[in-house]
Design a protein around this ligand. Sequence first.
Ligand code: FES
Length: 197
Amino acid sequence: MAIFSPALEERFRKLLEAYPVKRSALVPMLLYAQDELGWLTPEAISAIAARLELPEIAVRETIGYYTMLRTQPAGRYHVQVCTNISCLLRGGNRILEHCRQRLGEGPASEDGVFSLEEVECMGACSWAPAIQVNYDFFHDLTPERVDRILEAYRRGAPPQPDASYASNAATTAGQAASSSNGSSGAAAKGPSGKEGA
Ligand code: FES
């Protein structure tokens, strides 16, 4: 049974044509695969390693380095809460505890809508405390604003983020590929037409 969709296979093919060194396609391929599957399954990791002619352990080491890559199932909306120094000083722990109370512990909430993860700096220190939901960033948070944001996602009406990776997976993968330090820093403003929160 095929692991990846035909559309994703085509993206992989184009990526492998674009990079003179196969290994350079690793992070974009992992991001594309995660976007499609929800997480990096053992089968997906093996398949990508084989295509890039890499030992599987090299792929797993890369996954371990980047916080945005995961080897466990996640909710439809993956909430990352920063508790590094700037966020810590501005109430990041309170935000994390609030999210734990709202979403519970573990990789995914009971209804599968959310999963929660504590992370290191996400490059939004100037606007701490910050969270990231999938590819969207929310800044200067209070527990009350977190409630409004989570409620909007739960309603299926994602709020307008303060900053966002482009929702286009190709752009996202390209940004990750060009990043050499693993920081996920906020990028361009998100798409318009979303609700404020
Ligand atoms: S310390 Fe939280 S975004 Fe940098």
